[in-house]
Design a protein around this ligand. Structure first.
Ligand code: OAD
Length: 242
């Protein structure tokens, strides 16, 4: 069994990291303007404001812990590998909670909050403290050119070739905790369907694209994901025995 898992902000919600959009209108993008805080133009206009936004999120992340859903996906990766299968984990999240839960190979298509990138030399470095205009790039020595290593609106997500190959290779596509509104990730389910593989949505509630999924499981990720992983590993173990 080869499973492609796409995660979004919903998987980290119970770890205390906010989601971007929710039906109550209290998500991050209801309180903060993404055009000011998550675009190259916004950063060029007001770098201090953008740094302050990501510095606050970095602090929040450093005090957060992975939840049962992150841990369950790490078990699935290891369990499938033991059975000769494979899991590809692609996340839209910029947090490191999958890694901290034990996932070995995580594709961060929207970048990583705990890294900084230099606009002068493109060097990427671990960054756990506040980031600002006075900081110097450890690779090229330029000051004031570092930015959060995240993908902003209007920029190309990372590792799209790797993602496309993994989708080609999968038997099952599963979207967890994502509203399915931001492309290209929002289009993966249609690509999976076009390739003829089964699709499954695991979310707090049906997303607008719920009709695109063959199977659907709704509820908090800390409950639905461990239960689904049990079914997957139990199911594949049974299939191997039979
Ligand atoms: P969204 O905030 O758009 O969607 C989060 C989804 O998680 C919603 O469908 C919620 O119903 C669901 N959810 C909330 N709490 C949950 C829980 N406890 N368990 C399970 N599901 C839960 O987040 P994303 O789809 O990840 O991009 O957003 C995609 C991209 O939009 C982000 O990567 C970010 C943002 O703009 C960039 O910054 C480029």
């Amino acid at each position: 069994m080869r499973i492609f898992v796409l995660t979004g902000a919903g998987i980290s919600a119970e770890s205390g990291l906010g989601t971007f959009r929710d039906k109550a209108g209290t998500g991050i993008w209801a309180r903060f303007d993404p055009m000011k805080l998550a675009t190259p133009e916004g950063f060029a206009r007001n770098p201090d404001e953008v740094h302050a936004f990501y510095n606050a999120r970095r602090k929040n992340l450093l005090s957060a812990q992975p939840n049962a859903a992150h841990h369950a996906l790490a078990r699935l990766e290891a369990g499938l590998a033991e059975q000769g299968g494979h899991m590809t984990l692609v996340t839209q999240n910029i947090d490191d909670l999958h890694e901290r839960a034990g996932s070995q190979a995580v594709v961060h298509m929207h970048g990583e909050l705990l890294k900084a990138r230099c606009a002068a030399c493109e060097g990427v470095a671990e960054w756990r403290n506040d980031l600002g205009r006075a900081d110097r790039c450890g690779t090229c020595g330029e000051t004031g050119r570092l930015r959060p290593h995240v993908v902003w609106f209007g920029e190309m997500p990372f590792e799209l070739d790797t993602i496309s190959r993994a989708l080609d290779d999968a038997d099952l596509f599963v979207a967890i905790g994502t509203s399915g509104t931001v492309y290209p990730a929002a289009g993966f389910v249609a690509e999976a369907r076009a390739r003829g593989i089964r699709t499954c949505e695991i979310n707090l509630e049906p997303s607008d694209g719920a009709y695109l999924f063959d199977d659907r499981r709704y509820g908090p990720a800390s409950e639905t994901v461990p239960a689904w992983v049990e079914d997957m590993l139990g199911g594949t173990e049974r299939a191997v025995r039979e």
